[in-house]
Design a protein around this ligand. Sequence first.
Ligand SMILES: [Zn+2]
Length: 207
Amino acid sequence: MKNLVLLGPPGAGKGTVAARLVREFGFIHVSTGDMLREEVNRNTPLGQLAKGYMARGELVPDEVILSMVRQRVDAQQGVLFDGFPRTRAQAEGLERFTCVDLVIFFEVDEEEVVRRLSSRRICASCGAVYNLVTQPPKVPGKCDLCGGELIQREDDKPEVVRHRFAVYMKDSAPLVAYYQSRGLLHRVRADRSPDEVFQAIAEILRA
Ligand SMILES: [Zn+2]
């Protein structure tokens, strides 16, 4: 069973496609963001350690992330790494305890990401997520589930999205180059429907 890494900027649609890959191919889903939140909520020793860094506004160090990921890796089952590794140091650390077989880079341009994220709205009461283009509420500005007010997150405002996109592309460039040089990188056009992106990745996995 293969181990797969998904890379791509926020708004590229990794989450939706990752969920379907997990369902249809039986991957263990390793999302370091979700795992960190879980460790913090359960107040584990690792969670307490991570919380300290986050409270000081610092990044959780690579060694902490790596030991958390290591607990989840299973030699018998393929792993889908989502939002990890973020740096070349993390990529090299990962290879000390497991191999990476395939890396998928979700290619999408800045304007498409701005279009997608700036049309996103969140219910201020229950947190339900809408998209004014692809998944609008029945009544404009109101949550279908609870009637709460729909708001735009600060992170989804166009100027903030442009900044996040630029930061991602700059920070991920060394990682992308690293996987490219190892012959593991596959670029997949992500300016298509989640179904088309899924089919393109499924084809690579079956090859
Ligand atoms: Zn709601």
